[in-house]
Design a protein. Structure first.
Length: 368
Protein backbone atom coordinates (compact mmCIF):
# COMPACT_ATOMS: atom_id res chain seq x y z
CA UNK A 1 0.00 0.00 0.00
CA UNK A 2 1.05 3.63 -0.61
CA UNK A 3 0.11 6.89 1.11
CA UNK A 4 -1.01 10.02 -0.75
CA UNK A 5 2.60 11.05 -1.26
CA UNK A 6 3.39 7.76 -2.95
CA UNK A 7 5.38 6.35 -0.03
CA UNK A 8 4.89 2.67 0.78
CA UNK A 9 3.22 1.73 4.05
CA UNK A 10 3.89 -1.46 6.00
CA UNK A 11 0.54 -2.88 7.09
CA UNK A 12 0.64 -5.65 9.65
CA UNK A 13 -1.67 -8.62 9.04
CA UNK A 14 -4.72 -8.76 11.26
CA UNK A 15 -4.12 -11.15 14.14
CA UNK A 16 -7.31 -10.71 16.16
CA UNK A 17 -10.95 -11.04 15.10
CA UNK A 18 -14.23 -10.86 16.97
CA UNK A 19 -15.47 -14.26 18.07
CA UNK A 20 -18.94 -13.40 16.77
CA UNK A 21 -17.46 -12.87 13.28
CA UNK A 22 -15.82 -16.30 13.42
CA UNK A 23 -19.13 -17.88 14.46
CA UNK A 24 -20.90 -16.10 11.59
CA UNK A 25 -18.28 -17.29 9.10
CA UNK A 26 -18.87 -20.94 9.92
CA UNK A 27 -22.57 -20.87 10.87
CA UNK A 28 -23.67 -22.56 7.64
CA UNK A 29 -20.98 -25.22 7.81
CA UNK A 30 -22.37 -28.68 8.74
CA UNK A 31 -21.36 -30.16 12.09
CA UNK A 32 -18.60 -32.79 11.73
CA UNK A 33 -20.36 -36.16 11.48
CA UNK A 34 -19.43 -39.22 13.54
CA UNK A 35 -18.25 -42.02 11.25
CA UNK A 36 -17.80 -44.88 13.72
CA UNK A 37 -17.36 -45.27 17.48
CA UNK A 38 -16.37 -41.68 18.23
CA UNK A 39 -14.28 -41.21 15.07
CA UNK A 40 -15.41 -37.90 13.60
CA UNK A 41 -14.94 -36.62 10.05
CA UNK A 42 -11.71 -34.64 9.78
CA UNK A 43 -10.32 -35.96 13.06
CA UNK A 44 -6.95 -37.59 13.68
CA UNK A 45 -6.53 -40.49 16.07
CA UNK A 46 -4.48 -43.50 17.13
CA UNK A 47 -4.86 -47.28 17.26
CA UNK A 48 -2.25 -48.20 19.87
CA UNK A 49 -0.95 -51.35 21.52
CA UNK A 50 1.84 -53.86 21.92
CA UNK A 51 2.84 -56.01 18.95
CA UNK A 52 0.78 -59.05 17.91
CA UNK A 53 -2.52 -57.68 19.20
CA UNK A 54 -4.00 -57.41 15.69
CA UNK A 55 -3.97 -53.63 15.29
CA UNK A 56 -3.27 -53.79 11.55
CA UNK A 57 -5.90 -56.49 11.05
CA UNK A 58 -8.40 -54.40 13.01
CA UNK A 59 -7.59 -51.33 10.90
CA UNK A 60 -8.00 -53.35 7.68
CA UNK A 61 -11.35 -54.74 8.86
CA UNK A 62 -12.53 -51.22 9.68
CA UNK A 63 -11.25 -49.91 6.33
CA UNK A 64 -13.06 -52.64 4.37
CA UNK A 65 -16.27 -52.10 6.34
CA UNK A 66 -16.17 -48.36 5.65
CA UNK A 67 -15.24 -48.84 1.98
CA UNK A 68 -18.20 -51.13 1.27
CA UNK A 69 -20.67 -49.19 3.42
CA UNK A 70 -21.44 -51.89 5.96
CA UNK A 71 -23.98 -50.87 8.60
CA UNK A 72 -21.72 -51.86 11.50
CA UNK A 73 -18.30 -53.08 12.53
CA UNK A 74 -17.12 -54.51 15.86
CA UNK A 75 -20.63 -54.14 17.24
CA UNK A 76 -20.65 -50.38 16.59
CA UNK A 77 -22.82 -48.63 14.01
CA UNK A 78 -21.18 -47.17 10.89
CA UNK A 79 -22.80 -43.89 9.85
CA UNK A 80 -22.86 -42.59 6.30
CA UNK A 81 -22.44 -44.37 3.01
CA UNK A 82 -19.37 -46.07 1.52
CA UNK A 83 -16.14 -44.11 2.04
CA UNK A 84 -13.05 -43.95 -0.13
CA UNK A 85 -10.13 -45.30 1.95
CA UNK A 86 -6.37 -44.98 1.46
CA UNK A 87 -4.44 -47.55 3.52
CA UNK A 88 -0.72 -46.75 3.64
CA UNK A 89 1.10 -49.77 5.03
CA UNK A 90 4.76 -48.95 5.68
CA UNK A 91 5.24 -52.02 7.88
CA UNK A 92 4.85 -55.00 5.54
CA UNK A 93 5.72 -55.94 1.99
CA UNK A 94 2.88 -55.97 -0.58
CA UNK A 95 2.77 -59.79 -0.79
CA UNK A 96 2.12 -60.20 2.94
CA UNK A 97 -0.67 -57.65 3.16
CA UNK A 98 -2.24 -58.82 -0.10
CA UNK A 99 -2.38 -62.38 1.23
CA UNK A 100 -4.24 -61.20 4.36
CA UNK A 101 -6.60 -58.96 2.38
CA UNK A 102 -7.43 -61.88 0.08
CA UNK A 103 -8.71 -63.85 3.07
CA UNK A 104 -10.64 -60.88 4.43
CA UNK A 105 -12.50 -60.10 1.20
CA UNK A 106 -13.44 -63.77 0.70
CA UNK A 107 -16.53 -62.99 2.81
CA UNK A 108 -17.78 -60.16 0.63
CA UNK A 109 -20.72 -60.62 -1.72
CA UNK A 110 -20.63 -59.46 -5.35
CA UNK A 111 -21.99 -55.96 -4.61
CA UNK A 112 -19.53 -55.49 -1.74
CA UNK A 113 -16.67 -56.62 -3.99
CA UNK A 114 -17.54 -53.89 -6.50
CA UNK A 115 -17.42 -51.27 -3.73
CA UNK A 116 -14.18 -52.71 -2.31
CA UNK A 117 -12.51 -52.57 -5.74
CA UNK A 118 -13.58 -48.96 -6.18
CA UNK A 119 -13.02 -47.56 -2.67
CA UNK A 120 -10.11 -49.41 -1.02
CA UNK A 121 -6.87 -47.82 -2.25
CA UNK A 122 -3.22 -48.49 -1.45
CA UNK A 123 0.12 -47.02 -2.63
CA UNK A 124 1.87 -48.67 -5.55
CA UNK A 125 4.26 -51.55 -4.90
CA UNK A 126 7.52 -49.53 -4.89
CA UNK A 127 6.24 -46.87 -2.47
CA UNK A 128 8.53 -45.53 0.28
CA UNK A 129 8.90 -47.74 3.36
CA UNK A 130 9.61 -44.93 5.82
CA UNK A 131 9.53 -41.15 5.94
CA UNK A 132 13.10 -39.94 6.48
CA UNK A 133 13.24 -36.62 4.63
CA UNK A 134 11.18 -33.73 3.32
CA UNK A 135 11.06 -35.49 -0.05
CA UNK A 136 9.48 -38.53 1.63
CA UNK A 137 6.93 -36.31 3.37
CA UNK A 138 6.09 -34.73 -0.01
CA UNK A 139 5.69 -38.20 -1.54
CA UNK A 140 3.25 -39.14 1.22
CA UNK A 141 1.34 -35.86 0.77
CA UNK A 142 1.14 -36.39 -3.01
CA UNK A 143 -0.13 -39.94 -2.48
CA UNK A 144 -2.90 -38.69 -0.19
CA UNK A 145 -3.88 -35.94 -2.66
CA UNK A 146 -3.89 -38.33 -5.64
CA UNK A 147 -6.10 -40.83 -3.83
CA UNK A 148 -8.87 -38.31 -3.17
CA UNK A 149 -9.69 -40.52 -0.17
CA UNK A 150 -12.11 -39.60 2.60
CA UNK A 151 -10.12 -41.51 5.23
CA UNK A 152 -6.37 -42.17 5.39
CA UNK A 153 -4.97 -44.99 7.55
CA UNK A 154 -1.20 -45.15 8.06
CA UNK A 155 0.69 -48.09 9.53
CA UNK A 156 2.58 -46.90 11.48
CA UNK A 157 3.58 -43.73 13.34
CA UNK A 158 6.97 -45.29 14.00
CA UNK A 159 7.79 -45.16 10.27
CA UNK A 160 6.96 -41.45 10.15
CA UNK A 161 9.20 -40.63 13.11
CA UNK A 162 12.93 -39.94 13.32
CA UNK A 163 14.79 -39.87 16.63
CA UNK A 164 13.75 -40.83 20.17
CA UNK A 165 9.98 -40.82 20.56
CA UNK A 166 10.33 -39.97 24.25
CA UNK A 167 12.04 -36.69 23.34
CA UNK A 168 9.68 -33.71 23.42
CA UNK A 169 11.96 -31.86 21.02
CA UNK A 170 11.81 -34.67 18.46
CA UNK A 171 8.03 -34.98 18.93
CA UNK A 172 7.57 -31.26 18.23
CA UNK A 173 9.50 -31.72 14.96
CA UNK A 174 7.27 -34.67 14.03
CA UNK A 175 4.05 -32.80 14.81
CA UNK A 176 5.17 -29.87 12.64
CA UNK A 177 5.83 -32.15 9.63
CA UNK A 178 2.70 -34.20 10.28
CA UNK A 179 0.54 -31.08 10.26
CA UNK A 180 2.23 -29.63 7.19
CA UNK A 181 2.09 -32.72 4.98
CA UNK A 182 -0.74 -34.91 6.32
CA UNK A 183 -3.20 -32.97 8.50
CA UNK A 184 -3.27 -30.15 5.93
CA UNK A 185 -5.12 -32.55 3.60
CA UNK A 186 -8.15 -32.15 5.89
CA UNK A 187 -8.85 -35.89 5.65
CA UNK A 188 -9.85 -38.17 8.49
CA UNK A 189 -6.50 -39.59 9.65
CA UNK A 190 -5.98 -42.84 11.60
CA UNK A 191 -2.44 -43.77 12.68
CA UNK A 192 -1.41 -47.16 14.01
CA UNK A 193 1.11 -46.82 16.83
CA UNK A 194 3.10 -49.87 17.94
CA UNK A 195 5.00 -48.38 20.82
CA UNK A 196 3.10 -48.90 24.03
CA UNK A 197 4.75 -49.72 27.33
CA UNK A 198 4.32 -53.05 29.05
CA UNK A 199 1.40 -55.40 29.56
CA UNK A 200 1.56 -56.00 33.30
CA UNK A 201 -1.36 -53.72 34.11
CA UNK A 202 -4.52 -52.49 32.31
CA UNK A 203 -3.72 -50.30 29.34
CA UNK A 204 -4.33 -46.61 29.98
CA UNK A 205 -3.67 -43.30 28.27
CA UNK A 206 -0.32 -42.88 30.02
CA UNK A 207 0.91 -46.23 28.63
CA UNK A 208 1.22 -44.76 25.14
CA UNK A 209 4.87 -44.36 24.21
CA UNK A 210 6.09 -40.88 23.36
CA UNK A 211 6.06 -37.55 25.09
CA UNK A 212 2.85 -35.71 25.94
CA UNK A 213 3.32 -33.78 22.70
CA UNK A 214 2.17 -36.90 20.79
CA UNK A 215 -0.98 -37.32 22.86
CA UNK A 216 -1.87 -33.66 22.57
CA UNK A 217 -1.80 -33.90 18.77
CA UNK A 218 -4.49 -36.58 18.55
CA UNK A 219 -8.18 -36.49 19.43
CA UNK A 220 -8.69 -40.12 20.43
CA UNK A 221 -6.81 -43.34 21.07
CA UNK A 222 -8.22 -46.86 20.87
CA UNK A 223 -5.93 -49.25 22.75
CA UNK A 224 -5.26 -52.97 22.21
CA UNK A 225 -3.64 -55.37 24.66
CA UNK A 226 -3.09 -59.03 25.43
CA UNK A 227 -4.91 -60.54 28.39
CA UNK A 228 -2.38 -61.89 30.93
CA UNK A 229 -2.08 -65.70 31.02
CA UNK A 230 -4.50 -66.03 28.14
CA UNK A 231 -4.53 -66.23 24.34
CA UNK A 232 -7.32 -63.67 24.25
CA UNK A 233 -6.96 -59.95 23.63
CA UNK A 234 -8.98 -56.85 24.43
CA UNK A 235 -9.52 -53.30 23.23
CA UNK A 236 -10.44 -50.16 25.13
CA UNK A 237 -11.07 -46.54 24.17
CA UNK A 238 -8.37 -44.70 26.15
CA UNK A 239 -9.56 -41.17 25.46
CA UNK A 240 -11.77 -39.30 23.03
CA UNK A 241 -12.20 -35.54 22.82
CA UNK A 242 -15.52 -35.82 20.96
CA UNK A 243 -17.56 -38.34 22.93
CA UNK A 244 -17.68 -39.48 26.53
CA UNK A 245 -15.93 -42.81 27.02
CA UNK A 246 -15.68 -45.31 29.84
CA UNK A 247 -12.02 -46.35 29.79
CA UNK A 248 -12.63 -48.98 32.49
CA UNK A 249 -14.55 -51.24 30.10
CA UNK A 250 -12.69 -53.72 27.90
CA UNK A 251 -13.99 -55.46 24.79
CA UNK A 252 -12.60 -58.99 24.49
CA UNK A 253 -12.02 -60.10 20.89
CA UNK A 254 -10.56 -62.85 18.77
CA UNK A 255 -9.29 -63.06 15.19
CA UNK A 256 -10.89 -65.79 13.08
CA UNK A 257 -9.45 -67.84 10.20
CA UNK A 258 -10.43 -65.23 7.60
CA UNK A 259 -8.57 -62.54 9.56
CA UNK A 260 -11.67 -60.78 10.83
CA UNK A 261 -11.88 -59.36 14.34
CA UNK A 262 -14.82 -60.71 16.33
CA UNK A 263 -16.19 -58.85 19.35
CA UNK A 264 -16.81 -61.52 22.02
CA UNK A 265 -17.85 -59.73 25.19
CA UNK A 266 -17.42 -56.65 27.36
CA UNK A 267 -15.95 -56.79 30.85
CA UNK A 268 -14.37 -54.53 33.46
CA UNK A 269 -10.75 -54.09 32.41
CA UNK A 270 -9.33 -54.54 35.90
CA UNK A 271 -10.90 -58.01 36.20
CA UNK A 272 -8.73 -59.26 33.33
CA UNK A 273 -5.65 -58.72 35.51
CA UNK A 274 -7.02 -60.46 38.59
CA UNK A 275 -5.46 -63.92 38.61
CA UNK A 276 -7.93 -65.05 41.29
CA UNK A 277 -10.93 -64.51 39.03
CA UNK A 278 -11.87 -67.18 36.50
CA UNK A 279 -13.33 -65.49 33.45
CA UNK A 280 -15.83 -67.15 31.15
CA UNK A 281 -15.72 -65.52 27.69
CA UNK A 282 -18.48 -67.65 26.23
CA UNK A 283 -21.09 -65.55 24.54
CA UNK A 284 -24.73 -65.48 25.55
CA UNK A 285 -26.55 -66.04 22.24
CA UNK A 286 -30.00 -64.99 23.53
CA UNK A 287 -30.08 -61.61 21.75
CA UNK A 288 -28.58 -63.00 18.57
CA UNK A 289 -31.20 -65.78 18.47
CA UNK A 290 -34.03 -63.29 19.05
CA UNK A 291 -32.92 -61.19 16.08
CA UNK A 292 -32.43 -64.18 13.79
CA UNK A 293 -35.83 -65.63 14.69
CA UNK A 294 -37.44 -62.24 13.98
CA UNK A 295 -35.81 -61.95 10.54
CA UNK A 296 -36.79 -65.57 9.86
CA UNK A 297 -40.42 -64.90 10.86
CA UNK A 298 -40.63 -61.82 8.63
CA UNK A 299 -39.28 -63.88 5.73
CA UNK A 300 -41.98 -66.51 6.26
CA UNK A 301 -44.57 -63.72 6.12
CA UNK A 302 -43.32 -62.71 2.68
CA UNK A 303 -40.97 -59.88 3.61
CA UNK A 304 -37.57 -60.74 2.13
CA UNK A 305 -35.75 -57.86 3.82
CA UNK A 306 -35.96 -56.33 7.28
CA UNK A 307 -34.92 -52.72 7.81
CA UNK A 308 -32.63 -51.68 10.65
CA UNK A 309 -35.31 -49.16 11.69
CA UNK A 310 -37.79 -51.99 12.26
CA UNK A 311 -35.21 -53.91 14.29
CA UNK A 312 -34.56 -50.79 16.37
CA UNK A 313 -38.29 -50.38 17.10
CA UNK A 314 -38.67 -54.06 17.98
CA UNK A 315 -35.63 -54.54 20.21
CA UNK A 316 -34.13 -51.16 21.25
CA UNK A 317 -36.89 -48.56 21.30
CA UNK A 318 -39.50 -50.83 22.85
CA UNK A 319 -40.51 -50.39 26.50
CA UNK A 320 -38.89 -52.02 28.33
CA UNK A 321 -36.16 -52.33 25.70
CA UNK A 322 -34.87 -55.79 24.92
CA UNK A 323 -31.26 -54.81 24.21
CA UNK A 324 -28.95 -51.84 23.73
CA UNK A 325 -28.28 -50.32 20.30
CA UNK A 326 -24.68 -51.59 20.24
CA UNK A 327 -25.87 -55.08 21.19
CA UNK A 328 -28.27 -55.06 18.22
CA UNK A 329 -25.56 -54.18 15.71
CA UNK A 330 -23.07 -56.54 17.33
CA UNK A 331 -25.57 -59.41 17.01
CA UNK A 332 -26.36 -58.53 13.39
CA UNK A 333 -22.65 -58.52 12.64
CA UNK A 334 -22.21 -61.94 14.22
CA UNK A 335 -25.15 -63.37 12.28
CA UNK A 336 -23.64 -62.02 9.06
CA UNK A 337 -20.19 -63.44 9.90
CA UNK A 338 -21.80 -66.82 10.63
CA UNK A 339 -23.41 -66.76 7.18
CA UNK A 340 -26.98 -66.74 8.50
CA UNK A 341 -27.99 -63.31 7.17
CA UNK A 342 -26.69 -60.84 4.61
CA UNK A 343 -27.00 -57.13 3.98
CA UNK A 344 -27.18 -56.45 0.24
CA UNK A 345 -28.14 -52.83 0.88
CA UNK A 346 -27.24 -50.55 3.80
CA UNK A 347 -29.79 -50.79 6.59
CA UNK A 348 -31.55 -53.86 5.13
CA UNK A 349 -31.07 -57.47 6.23
CA UNK A 350 -32.28 -60.78 4.89
CA UNK A 351 -31.69 -64.49 5.37
CA UNK A 352 -28.63 -65.62 3.44
CA UNK A 353 -29.75 -67.78 0.58
CA UNK A 354 -28.04 -71.13 0.16
CA UNK A 355 -26.34 -71.77 -3.17
CA UNK A 356 -28.83 -74.50 -4.10
CA UNK A 357 -31.77 -72.20 -3.34
CA UNK A 358 -30.21 -69.36 -5.32
CA UNK A 359 -29.68 -71.67 -8.31
CA UNK A 360 -33.29 -72.87 -8.06
CA UNK A 361 -34.55 -69.27 -8.05
CA UNK A 362 -32.36 -68.42 -11.03
CA UNK A 363 -33.66 -71.41 -13.01
CA UNK A 364 -37.22 -70.43 -12.09
CA UNK A 365 -36.68 -66.90 -13.42
CA UNK A 366 -35.16 -68.20 -16.65
CA UNK A 367 -38.06 -70.60 -17.22
CA UNK A 368 -40.52 -67.72 -16.78
Amino acid sequence: MENENGNSLNVKPKLVVRAIDLITKFKNEPEPAEIWNGIVEGSKGLLVGVSKTGKTTFAENLAISLAIGRPSFYGKEIKGGPKKILFVNLEENPRMRSSRLKKQISRLNSQEMVLFAENYLTPEEEFIQSVDSDEDWKTLRDCIEESNADIVIIDSLTHLFQGQIESSKECVKFVKKFREYVVSSKKTIILIHHNTKGNDRPIEQDNIAGSRVILQEFEYALGFANIPNSKDKYSCMLFNKYVEVNSSVATVYKIDKDRWIENISEIEKSVLYDSKVKIDYREDSTNKDLIFNYIQSQSSLGSQTVRSGDLMKTFVLNDPKTMARDTLFKSLEKLRNEGKIESSEKGKYQLKMKKDDAKEDENSLQSN
